[in-house]
Write a protein of this length. Structure first.
Lengths: 406, 252
């Protein structure tokens, strides 16, 4: 994204700063300036400076709000991975919410939409009719799909997408969304997807489902059906089925190829030992076609002995089609006092891919960090990390961060 | 068919279920997870935000009807899914200026080939294959790849012992020796097809436009192997109409 977007964000801030106090209601501004020093993927030094900015402005009459979130960064390193030498900017969202009609709101600009049929960051417009009929609402969106690369983001008039979502809200604890989304590639239709997202609570049972159906390929792109059971005081059981059938744009050559369906069966138990300890045991059975299967078992826990300390650990093991992996993860936070937070962690994995003739490979990451809250609205972080894997004997990364908000 | 029956039953069960009152969650935005769990456990309401919340939150995530906005800002979604860093904690790692979700651990560049096989669509939820994956994958030599069929490419195979390599022939000459698209040795083609069907999304990471596929799978030239799925006759008219024959014309 071009650096003028950062200038645009600054301009927006200046405009908001000029709003008379009698008209302004609330401006929330947060800035995170980060200096990251480490090696890039080739082992060359890659110091970079980044600034993340977030702005929320609500006009006094609460009929207009402006929300923006973006970053700007410069890579001072070798540029062997990132090809450019400029200051780069990126907007995650930049939109205005208009609430001039009682039960209708309008959102204009770059925004994140997450409907039952599809989700995207798009440059466009969303109209939300909150009270179409009793508990029923309707959201309609149209715009250009934004794509994020390694160091760019762009939207093109060739990537139009449009859709809607009917939603049930306020009907107790039952949620239901039914929607449709269409994506274009130029003037041709790339995808047409119907979606359904539903969940409810019935006594101790919480069934849920999320379905996405591709109209062009007559297949379920993704389907999740599951249920949580809280019949016992100390246990939660989860059973879930997931299937996936890759769908490609109709304008892509990949849309004509035969693909296999992927399925998962999950069984999980959460065990609550009072309020201080939670353990988790899960087993996932993965089914590919041609009689290929794999399974992943995971054991984990989260322990909070005091209000100041929290520690988490997880061990997982995967075996079957695609490779074998043993992984362990440990991390924790300790609040020394109201100003100092100390964190540390470790992840270690040993793995073996089917094509490997050598012994198992390993990858480990360890880190430690401290956060000092200078005042209520400002803080400084220091984080140090090191990596050991097949490519690097060690690859340190240091991050220093200054957060300011008002 | 089974899925449709389950869907119909689920919808009816949801609509006919007793309506439980829901407590607004805005009041608990600053509560600790332990406090949240206690209330849920006391009332036998399924908990969430557990140890695997990073992997479980998809179906809950902020649709129009979810409760996420009571405690979370939209920027938090984008911090994980699009590399933002304004709400990061001390455990989050970065790849350059991009923050990675916690599921990307232990140098994910090493592990992601294995993780990508767990669910073919997990990567594309955040990454565009052409804008993101191909930028790294295009730098690889075939011999460094773990995909088995790429280590036994046919280009260097000799037609017969001591004969010319396949790479010396043009695409239009394939049918001269391989009538009816039959290959004398099936090891390479069978393993390649098997790998591609299971994770075609990975293929696209190195071959974003799929041009290399047409060497064998075009009806106009090359080997002419049929790549279509079994239900092709049913879906072909829809894809043809949607793409205005643009895709069809690449091979036919």
């Amino acid at each position: 994204m071009r650096s003028f977007c950062f200038v645009g964000l600054l301009a927006g801030l200046c405009i908001c700063a000029q709003v008379p106090a009698s008209e302004a209601r609330e401006i929330d501004f947060k800035s995170s300036t980060q200096f990251i020093w480490g090696d890039d993927l080739r082992g060359d030094g890659e110091p970079l400076l980044a600034n993340y900015l977030k702005l929320d402005y609500l006009k006094d009459d609460e009929k207009i709000s402006l929300n923006a979130y973006g970053r700007v960064w410069k890579d001072f390193g070798s540029n062997k991975v990132r090809r450019h030498d400029d200051v780069f900017g990126r907007f995650y969202y930049l939109y205005a919410d208009l609430e001039y009609f009682e039960s209708t709101s309008l959102r204009l600009g770059r925004q994140f939409v997450n409907y039952s049929a599809d989700s995207s960051i798009l440059d466009g417009v969303t109209a939300d009719f909150h009270d179409l009929y009793e508990h029923l609402g309707l959201a309609v969106s149209a715009g250009y799909d934004v794509k994020y690369g390694l160091d760019t983001d762009y939207s093109s008039d060739q990537d139009l997408m449009a859709g809607f979502d009917f939603y049930l809200k306020g009907y107790g604890a039952t949620r239901l969304e039914v929607g449709y989304m269409r994506r274009y590639d130029g003037t041709d239709i790339a995808r047409e997807t119907f979606g359904l997202n539903a969940s409810t609570y019935y006594k101790y049972l919480r069934p849920y489902t999320e379905l996405r159906y591709s109209y062009l390929t007559e297949s379920f792109d993704e389907a999740v059906i599951g249920a949580d059971i809280m019949y016992w005081d100390k246990f939660k059981l989860k059973g879930e089925y997931y299937q996936s059938y890759p769908v490609f744009d109709a304008t892509s050559i990949y849309s004509v190829f035969a693909v296999d369906q992927y399925r998962e069966y999950l069984a999980q138990v959460d065990h609550f030992y009072g309020s201080k300890l939670t353990m988790l045991y899960s087993w996932k059975w993965q089914v590919y076609e041609d009689n290929d299967t794999a399974s992943t078992a995971r054991v984990g826990g989260r322990y909070r002995p005091t209000d100041k300390l929290i520690a988490s650990a997880a061990l997982d093991c995967r075996d079957g089609y695609g490779g074998r992996l043993w992984g362990v993860e440990l991390y924790g936070d300790y609040r020394y006092d109201e100003k100092i937070l100390v964190s540390a962690g470790m992840q270690s994995d040993v793995y073996h891919r089917p094509s490997d003739t050598e012994e198992w490979r390993d990858a480990t990451r360890i880190w430690g960090g401290v956060r000092w809250s200078i005042k209520e609205d400002s803080s400084v972080d220091l984080r140090v990390e090191d990596n050991y894997n097949e490519t690097f004997n060690n690859r340190p990364v240091v991050r220093v961060t200054l957060d300011v908000s008002f | 068919m089974v899925l449709r029956i389950v869907l119909a039953v689920a919808v009816q069960a949801i609509l006919l279920s007793s309506v439980q009152a829901e407590t607004p969650h805005e009041f608990f935005a600053d509560a600790s997870p332990a406090e949240c769990n206690k209330c849920h456990l006391d009332n036998k309401v399924a908990t969430n935000h557990g140890a695997l919340w990073t992997l479980e939150h998809g179906p809950y995530a902020d649709k129009k009807t979810s409760l996420c906005a009571a405690c979370h800002e939209q920027s938090e979604c984008l911090d994980c899914h699009y590399g933002g860093g304004i709400g990061r904690d001390l455990h989050s790692s970065t790849s350059g200026a991009d923050y990675m979700p916690k599921s990307h651990r232990s140098d994910f560049r090493e592990l992601h080939p294995l993780k990508a096989k767990e669910s073919p669509q997990s990567c594309v939820k955040c990454h565009d294959e052409r804008a993101y994956c191909a930028r790294c994958h295009e730098k690889f030599n075939n011999a460094d790849l773990s995909v088995l069929s790429h280590r036994k490419g046919f280009s260097n195979l000799e037609v017969e012992s001591g004969g010319p390599r396949h790479s010396s022939f043009a695409q239009g000459q394939c049918a001269n020796c391989h009538p009816d698209s039959v290959l004398p040795k099936h090891e390479w083609s069978a393993s390649h097809a098997r790998e591609a069907r299971k994770n075609l999304t990975s293929c696209r990471a190195c071959h974003p436009e799929g041009a290399v596929c047409l060497n064998c799978h075009s009806a106009k030239t090359g080997l002419g192997r049929n790549p279509h799925p079994k239900d092709w006759s049913s879906i072909a008219p829809k894809l043809e109409g949607a793409s205005n024959r643009r895709t069809c014309n690449k091979c036919h």
